[in-house]
Design a protein around this ligand. Structure first.
Ligand SMILES: [Zn+2]
Ligand SMILES: [Zn+2]
Length: 281
């Protein structure tokens, strides 16, 4: 899709852009399929469905989609290789491959794709679907992306942004030329995230993780996640005023962690991200 835009590159290497107003901005719908740090009951791990054909992460929530919905997923953007974010990719590809004409495209930075190749689609944990039925016309392909470089898919612009986690990781900036949504991915304190957030003029939604409560601060630090006091220090760096939603809460600690977040960071009015919640850009 052709869109007149002005691109500037800031020192963090991420494009900051002011998109010139134009007539035909398509609405983009984002549906939360999973936003918990674990499973149990109705809890599902991280995944978001964009317009029915794009996944951002593929945690356990993907399994709630119907077969017909699963078959429509053409693109999967992976934030990092941890199992709670990729576990449904093997099942998804295996389930729908016979229903599709084109391969499912798995996007990630090089380090993440290398881990998926070596440790997941390695013929031992799961077959290598980039070789099935053959490498000329496979059921799945990898596409390498780079931090700060946008992928444009029919009016949806998806840019990997820096994250700071125990393994190579990114978050994502999703835009349609009218509004923007930032997803932090799994991250510990991350100044580079705020450069992106503060350079995104039309930021409507910020989805940011807080995996642990304050009493587990040591675990949060060791596992490179956030706790409420760390989140508050992060939000202090924000100069935008998006709606803020909290993801990746540890099962059984959601209420406590949200209470601590309200105490530490209440002025940003953060709310708990909910399964099946929808956002419109
Ligand atoms: Zn992780
Ligand atoms: Zn995670």
């Amino acid at each position: 899709m052709d869109r007149p835009s002005v691109l500037n590159r800031d020192r963090s290497g991420v494009d900051t852009r002011s998109v010139v107003a134009h007539a035909a901005v398509q609405s983009v719908k984002v549906r939360v399929l999973g936003c918990s740090g674990g499973i149990g009951g109705k809890l599902r791990t991280t995944s978001m469905l964009v317009d029915g054909d794009i996944l951002i992460d593929a945690g356990t929530g993907v399994g709630d989609l119907t077969l017909e919905q699963l078959a429509k997923i053409d693109h999967i953007f992976v934030s990092h290789s941890h199992l709670d974010h990729v576990t449904s990719i093997p099942f998804l590809v295996d389930t729908v491959c016979w229903m599709r004409r084109s391969p499912i495209v798995v996007y990630g930075i090089k380090e993440v794709l290398d881990i998926l190749r070596a440790h997941l689609f390695n013929w031992k944990i799961w077959p290598d679907f980039t070789q099935i039925p053959d490498s000329d016309k496979p059921f799945m392909v990898y596409r390498e992306i780079r931090i700060g470089e946008a992928v444009e898919l029919a009016g949806r612009r998806i840019t990997p942004i820096p994250a700071n986690h125990t393994v190579p990781a990114v978050g994502y900036l999703l835009e349609n030329g009218r509004n923007a949504l930032v997803f932090s991915g799994d991250t510990s304190p991350n100044p580079a995230l705020w450069k992106v957030v503060n350079a995104t003029a039309n930021l409507k939604y910020l989805i940011i993780e807080t995996a642990f409560s304050n009493k587990e601060r040591d675990i949060a630090v060791a596992s490179k996640h956030l706790c409420p006091d760390m989140l508050a220090a992060e939000l202090e760096q924000m100069r935008a005023s998006p709606e803020v939603f909290i993801t990746h809460l540890k099962p059984g600690e959601g209420a406590l962690t949200m209470k601590e977040i309200t105490q530490a960071a209440g002025r940003w009015r953060p709310r708990m991200l909910e399964n099946n919640q929808e956002f419109l850009l």
